[in-house]
Design a protein around this ligand. Structure first.
Ligand code: NAD
Ligand code: TYD
Length: 339
């Protein structure tokens, strides 16, 4: 079995590659990644010499490069993680989100049509469902919840999902889609809530909480997400959508306080800043379908996962120090100075 994993130099894609090389040691895994600001080759250093692994630097929108790779490798499956993934960046500059997330997905699926494939799996997000009100804890996203997006990021992911479904219906492409809640764990890029707060706290920098900090996200340890995708590509039904998440809703402010306490820092570091435009209030997944159909449930409790994550950032300073000393500095100043 040969699998092309796009976006495998990013957060979830890299964790998926590590997981797959362990869980399916006879598989060949090819990572196709453009190495944008979010892709980091040093993340993959431990697998670079693995004879079952190959890294290819390419853009998913580059039809020629994508077709050449298919011609050479004849993949059995494609798992598409490649995306622009940060909501705040999409608010600043939507264009690249439309290009990578929509055109890139279509280009990959065109290659799948041309060369044949057993499965094209699209890694999507619960953000395509929009948000839920804070005062209705009884409501959850199911696979039947209508698409109702808020940000350029979620809109581009929703557009890609619609295209994936269209390629299934029109061309019979064997697709599956997963829509996951917020992930956390090792190799999470420092621009996102949890790593940003860990790293800022470690550096005694202020902790910028948007608005009142009462927005709710449903957090899933990244390895649980990887296990769910492994199950879906092997056992999931073609044409189906699977929500992935685990009833672990937390308010942003409670996560930030937990990190502050774990690191023995002061809550005085917490600074309330101007809210995100169009800020989604609450995400919450109902995982009944993937539980019933594939027997998946999250295994890592948040209390354990966050400890593992903090300890990973403590023992992998080189990884994130290199990132925050580069282009990330300009991003951080632009987004947070005077906010
Ligand atoms: P990430 O930003 O950490 O990584 C994205 C990767 O894609 C990077 O390695 C980057 O170099 C690569 N990439 C970007 N544009 C590319 C292009 N044009 N061609 C080839 N490679 C390109 O993202 P992530 O957090 O790992 O998310 C991975 C996927 O999971 C995304 O599709 C995202 O929408 C989805 N998702 C993420 C979360 C989350 O909590 N992080 C939750 C649900 C779904
Ligand atoms: P983020 O990690 O960007 O993920 P998403 O927007 O895709 O859910 O943000 C998670 C939550 O944390 C979201 O409600 C916005 C909030 N947030 C802050 O309060 N401060 C920050 O500096 C960041 C990056 C996010």
């Amino acid at each position: 079995m040969t699998i092309i994993v796009t976006g495998g130099a990013g957060f979830i894609g890299s964790n998926f590659i590590f997981y797959m090389l362990k869980a399916n040691p006879d598989y060949r895994i090819i990572c196709l990644d453009k190495l944008t600001y979010a892709g980091n080759l040093s993340t993959l250093k431990n697998v670079m010499d693995n004879p079952h692994f190959r890294f290819v630097k390419a853009d998913v929108c580059d039809r020629e490069a994508v077709y050449a790779l298919f011609e050479e490798e004849h993949p059995d499956m494609v798992v598409n993680f490649a995306a622009e993934s940060h909501v705040d960046r999409s608010i600043e500059d939507p264009g690249i989100f439309l290009q990578t997330n929509i055109i890139g997905t279509a280009t990959l699926m065109d290659a799948c049509r041309k060369y044949g494939i057993q499965r094209f799996h699209q890694v999507s997000t619960d953000e395509v469902y929009g948000d839920l009100p804070l005062d209705r804890p009884d409501l959850f996203f199911t696979e039947e919840t209508p698409i109702h997006t808020s940000s350029p990021y979620s809109s581009s992911k929703a557009a890609a999902d619609l295209l994936v479904q269209a390629y299934h219906r029109t061309y019979g492409l064997p697709v599956t889609i997963s829509r996951c809640s917020n992930n956390y764990g090792p190799y999470h890029f420092p621009e996102k809530l949890i790593p940003l707060m860990i790293i800022n706290a470690l550096n005694d920098k202020s902790l910028p909480v948007y608005g009142a900090g009462i927005n709710v996200r449903d957090w899933l340890y990244v390895e649980d997400h990887c296990k769910a995708i492994d199950l879906i590509i092997h056992k999931g039904r073609v044409g189906e959508i699977y929500n992935i998440g685990g009833h672990n809703e937390m308010r942003n402010i409670d996560i930030v306080k937990l990190i502050v306490h774990e690191l023995g820092k002061s809550e005085d570091l917490i600074t309330y800043v101007t809210d995100r435009k169009g800020h989604d209030l609450r995400y919450a997944i109902d995982p009944t379908k993937i539980n019933n159909d594939l027997g998946w449930l999250p295994e890592t409790k948040f209390a354990d996962g966050i400890k593992k994550t903090i300890s990973w950032y403590l023992s992998n300073r080189d990884w994130w120090e290199e990132i925050i000393s580069g282009e990330y500095k300009n991003y951080y100043e632009k987004m947070y100075t005077g906010r």
